[in-house]
Design a protein around this ligand. Sequence first.
Ligand code: CTP
Length: 401
Amino acid sequence: MIPVRDKHILLGVSGSIATYKAVALASRLVQAGATVDVMMSEAATKMVQPLSFQAITHRVVLTDMWAQGAETEIGHVTLAKAVDALLVAPATANTMAKLALGFADNFLTTTALALRAPLIVAPAMESGMWEHPATQQHIATLRQRGAWIVAPEAGYLASGASGVGRLASEAQILATVAQAMTAQDMAGRKVIVTAGGTQEAIDPVRVIANHSSGRMGYAVAEAAARRGATVVLISGPTALSPPPHVALCRVTSADAMQRALLAELPDADALLMAAAVADYRPAQAAPQKIKKNDDELLLRLVRNPDLLMSVKAQKPPQLITVGWAAETENLLANGRSKLTRKGLDLLVANQVPQSFGGDQVQATFIRAEGDEALPVMSKAALSEKILDEVVRLWARANDNA
Ligand code: CTP
């Protein structure tokens, strides 16, 4: 769920073939707990009836600045000062030009001029219009002024041609709205997150796997990207969709995860090792499918490398490392010994099977300064707490430098 609960979002809609997609965006924002006011340009009202938005937001849709009573119901200047963000989606070339040049000839552009909150612009247009130097210049102006641009995607366009100009995906737009309202306290930092369980081949069709769902690591990666970090997510096989604004690297075995991890390590500022790495793998993966000839089958397993130990051996000085420990007994004692042995700055310990698969988790932070048992919370909320610790550790390292 996008973190927009209790936020007040103004959705500015201009007239494009993609206008209908703004109805779904409004719906997603409302479902996520935001209050959504909608302003439509005149052209937008020709594509979609204001009633569609009204039915979803349960609020008056602002269309005509000159209509009787328009300014008595909701003052647009008041609104511009009250909202947490203005999302313009879809933004036509015309509306974008007006926003860049500071025109104020309708509700949307007038409000944008009085806005004090973040502006997010999601353009949609025909590819020739998108590529035109005028449009590109307006985009550059908006960016330079601090607006968040959700670049359009390449694909099928209403003209029948293919090219860049399609409105970005709902997920991209909503993630950018959430990011625009979040303090960018991880900006300029590179963060590696590992997630999911590794799989070790027995033969071409069978693997040794574990119950890790990958949710913890995916939640951390999503939160770090929202806080402005450049995120590389190295993931074992999972059923999850990759979070927006994250570079995903899919791997299968512990060995492959180690190679990907060490390649990304030299310029990383933090490693969050949420993956459930298999400790053992079959000594030899059979080249052909193993047939069931005998009553018993013995598999000889050999130790996998410990990825955190290999990181410890070549740890770049700036790196903060966070490990997880899923334990069935002696949570704190086992956790503390893992913290030292693996050279971690923070260990997130939790009791299995409670932490596996579900969304709610009770974790204990184990660190040099002392332990902290956290209340039960969602993996998304826990991710924020973990990242707060990482940011605090970066600040402390800076102070000591
Ligand atoms: N880990 C790792 N490489 C491995 C196994 C685990 O880097 N081969 C990491 C995990 O990603 C996690 C931390 O080490 O962040 C602790 O994982 P856990 O399985 O609890 O620890 P183990 O060292 O495997 O200890 P044990 O299984 O003996 O409890």
